[in-house]
Write a protein that binds this ligand. Structure first.
Ligand code: TYD
Length: 135
């Protein structure tokens, strides 16, 4: 079973270049109401980010510049994808352990989230995640 669900955004390109618009309250491709947007950039190529799961939060990650690798783990299997297409997002469902690594120097990882930042929603211990996921 694939842990990955791609979310396709419409590429509004013309001879000047490309553009993707995500309208809050109107975007049909994202399967939740977007309440927060954040992005990471200038990430060192030797670090792993993420390394957590969320109890309830759903997110869509879009690599709007450059590339990185994303690992998904549902407690039973671990799968990996490269993100390098600005009009394609990956759904990070709740209770998916995720890790990002191998960031290119120009990588900008934009994330759409279903709720505001809440540290209580994080599971930051892998052993705790495995316990909850296999319950
Ligand atoms: P962190 O959870 O380490 O990011 P990642 O999952 O990409 O490794 O977040 C880095 C810091 O930013 C941490 O102190 C929490 C803070 N933060 C916010 O304040 N708001 C947010 O929306 C996010 C995602 C992080």
């Amino acid at each position: 079973m694939s842990l990955f669900q791609w979310i396709d955004f419409q590429k509004l390109g013309d001879e000047r270049g490309s553009l993707v618009a995500i309208e809050i309250g109107k975007e049909k491709a994202v399967p939740f109401e977007i309440k927060r947007v954040y992005y990471s950039y200038e990430t060192r190529s030797d670090v792993r980010r993420g390394l957590h799961a969320h109890k309830e939060l759903k997110q869509v990650a879009i690599c709007v510049s450059g590339s990185c690798r994303m690992v998904f783990d549902d407690g039973n299997q671990r799968q990996e994808k490269i993100l390098d297409i600005p009009e394609k997002g990956l759904l990070i469902d709740k209770m998916i352990w995720h890790e990002m690594y191998d960031f290119s120097p120009d990588c900008v990882l934009l994330v759409l989230a279903s709720d505001h930042y809440n540290e209580d929603d994080y599971i930051r211990s892998y052993s705790e995640f495995i316990k909850v996921a296999r319950r």
